[in-house]
Design a protein around this ligand. Sequence first.
Ligand SMILES: O=C(O)CCC(=O)C(=O)O
Length: 265
Amino acid sequence: MACSANMDDATVDEFRTNGVVLLPRLFSERVTDFRAAIEVALRRPTPLAQDFARNEHGSFYSDMYLSAWFPEFRRLLTPRTGEVAARFLDSRTIFLFNDEILIKSPNTDRETPWHHDMSYWPLGGSKVCSLWIALDSIDNRNGGMEFLRGSHRSTTNFHPRDFDTGNDRITSSDEVSVQTAVIDPRDVISFEVEPGDAILFHARTLHRAFGNRHPVSPRRALVYRLVGDDVTYSPRRSTIPLIWAPDLAPGELFRDCELFPQLHG
Ligand SMILES: O=C(O)CCC(=O)C(=O)O
């Protein structure tokens, strides 16, 4: 497989230790296709499209479940995505939970607050990750991501925080505010990425992103949310909306269905 160099034991150990790893050039040859699909999605927002910076300068645009909605995104789901997640999560099977675009237009101050993804999602289990694919050259001046090393190993659950208001949302009684998390700057990892590079991070890893201070260029990213063989569909109050009801009962392990296609195994 073309990307095997990114999946050697040392790289997998890095992901398991830090909760995040950079996979350079994983999708370099697909950048044009990804950007074209994003243009389609921007012209026809789904019912889940949102702008988290709608009352401010710029925009922080999100839309989700794109491959469920658009054939252009369905065609971009290649075996590589499933193979990468299977290797890093040590999972026999991989399913797509959702795919999302996250676009910060030029001159967008709005930062993505510190959070971990797991509490936003109606999921149980441990084999859950995101593959965040850069579609522009990105660093801390134009929307770069930062991660708290090893934070995926903590058992603390944090409330999801609304990206627009910054308010905590209550999804479960065992959560605390992420504002209580200790973020030691020595443990913060950031990456400068080029179009086609991917950052793989565990759903429990704390992370945030800067605003896009570039005067003319957007910061575009496509993210695959991927789940493995110990993951159940576990709806709770105030988790993210799904584009339609899945063909899975609460508590059921993921299996191939229209909303959550099987990508590997
Ligand atoms: O792209 C961003 O600004 C934030 C991404 C993020 O938080 C995520 O993919 O979970």
